[in-house]
Design a protein around this ligand. Structure first.
Ligand code: ADP
Ligand code: MG
Length: 405
């Protein structure tokens, strides 16, 4: 065969297998994207300002450059046929720069909205989906005369927040002024702290042909603002699951989105759902889809980027994902210890992922374990065994009795 990657062999694909896909960002999401792309016969080129990142270590090629370096971006564009992102704070202008050269999925305009909590909330409102009561805090005057119903609230920086960073609680107007000063008086949003019955997320994949598909709803537990556990499928009733999926599809549709989008939701005690935020990329809460679904969130990212048909999002098995933070590499006294990964791998259904990061630091995402089971209660039981091996404080969602799925 002279040209095994010729487009004629993959009708309809804008980038047939054998081509090179680009990814902006070199973290674990990029690493898992590389694995999925390479499994389909693609080459991957990563742009990352750091050498030896989790994605760079497995990519076929790397451009070592800052996200806003025009030469680095041009170099990436020369080497690839289409580009995606794994790092949502890539400057939207860099994506616009690339868009003049090649397909960029998701598109700069959608990423720009997701990067700014104020624009994001306004977009959700325009879609007619419910959000928590909120107010922009842009000037000292914005801290005055606020609706008292917004307190207690959470002040969040409009940009660059992740894993609960850039968030300060404000119980009243005086504390709000102090909280804003603590956040350097950058543009912020004040959100009412909602009484959460639970947290959910939904991943959507949408192609350039406007076809979309939605994954089963994930139930998420956070600890100190960082995802701790995801349970797939969420232990909620079918009507609420359908509503969550419908909201996520509507959000993707309204953006004319192409790629993989994650929509985070709050479930309230009365059964209603609020949209919290969206991530314009695969998401930590979707890692279980690698083993638990026919097509994973990363496989869908490859498909939407390359112009291939969407994959099958059906659940192959219930699953529980445990995040492995750097804290596990230290004992209660802060002394280093080696997690017993061999024992974890001995637990039936446990699928260990480590991201190849050399240094463990508290709060740093080092890996995850997805635990499969023929039934969710068995997956939960096995996840409890994994948590015990790793000295992981038992998350409440694992300790709680099965809420009847
Ligand atoms: P990040 O970008 O850091 O993920 P989020 O807005 O998702 O920021 O906040 C992180 C976590 O903080 C949420 O998953 C949730 O547990 C909690 N949280 C955020 N906003 C609210 C709110 N308005 N009410 C209650 N809890 C909240
Ligand atoms: Mg979040």
């Amino acid at each position: 065969m002279k040209n095994p990657a010729s487009p004629a062999r993959t009708p309809g694909a804008s980038v047939p297998p054998g081509g090179t896909l680009g990814v902006l960002g070199g973290g674990q999401l990029g690493r898992m994207f590389c694995h999925a792309a390479q499994a389909r016969g693609y080459r991957v080129c990563v742009l990352d300002p750091l050498a030896d990142g989790p994605a760079g270590a497995v990519a076929d090629e790397q451009v070592l450059a800052a996200y806003d370096d025009p030469q680095g971006l041009d170099d990436l564009a020369r080497r690839c046929s289409a580009v995606t992102t794994e790092f949502e704070n890539v400057p939207a202008r860099s994506l616009e720069h690339l868009e003049r050269r090649l397909p960029v999925r998701p598109q700069a305009a959608a990423v720009a909205i997701a990067q700014d909590r104020l624009r994001e909330k306004a977009y959700f409102v325009s879609c007619g989906v419910a959000v928590a009561p909120h107010a922009p805090i842009l000037t000292p005057g914005d801290c005055e005369h606020l609706d008292p119903a917004l307190f207690p609230g959470i002040l969040k920086t409009a940009r660059l927040g992740y894993d609960g960073k850039g968030q300060v609680t404000a119980t009243g107007p005086a504390q709000l002024r102090a909280a804003w000063a603590e956040l350097q008086c950058v543009p912020c949003i004040l959100e009412k702290r909602m009484p959460l019955a639970g947290e959910l997320s939904v991943l959507v994949a949408r192609g350039a042909d406007a076809k979309s598909c939605v994954f089963p709803v994930s139930e998420n537990e956070h600890r100190a603002g960082i995802l701790s556990v995801s349970i797939l499928p969420a232990r909620i009733d079918a009507a609420q699951a359908a509503q969550a999926q419908d909201i996520a599809l509507r959000v993707a549709e309204g953006l004319g989105y192409v790629g993989v989008l994650c929509v985070e939701l709050f479930a309230l005690a009365d059964g209603s759902l609020l949209v919290n935020e969206m991530a314009p990329r695969p998401h930590n809460s979707g890692h279980a889809t690698i083993e638990a679904c026919v097509s994973s969130q990363f496989d869908q990212q490859v498909r939407t980027l390359a112009g291939l048909p969407l994959g099958d999002t059906s659940l192959r098995s219930p699953a529980v994902m445990l995040n492995l933070l750097g804290d596990l590499w230290f004992d209660g006294q802060g002394q280093p210890r080696a997690p017993d990964f061999a024992a974890v791998m001995g637990v039936p259904g446990a699928c260990l992922h480590l991201y190849g990061k050399a240094e463990a630091r508290p709060g740093r995402k080092m890996g995850h374990v997805t635990v499969l089971g023929p039934r969710l209660d068995l997956a939960l039981e096995r996840a409890r065994a994994v948590a015990a091996i790793l000295h992981l404080a038992l998350p409440a969602s694992l300790a709680a009795p099965d809420r009847g799925s």
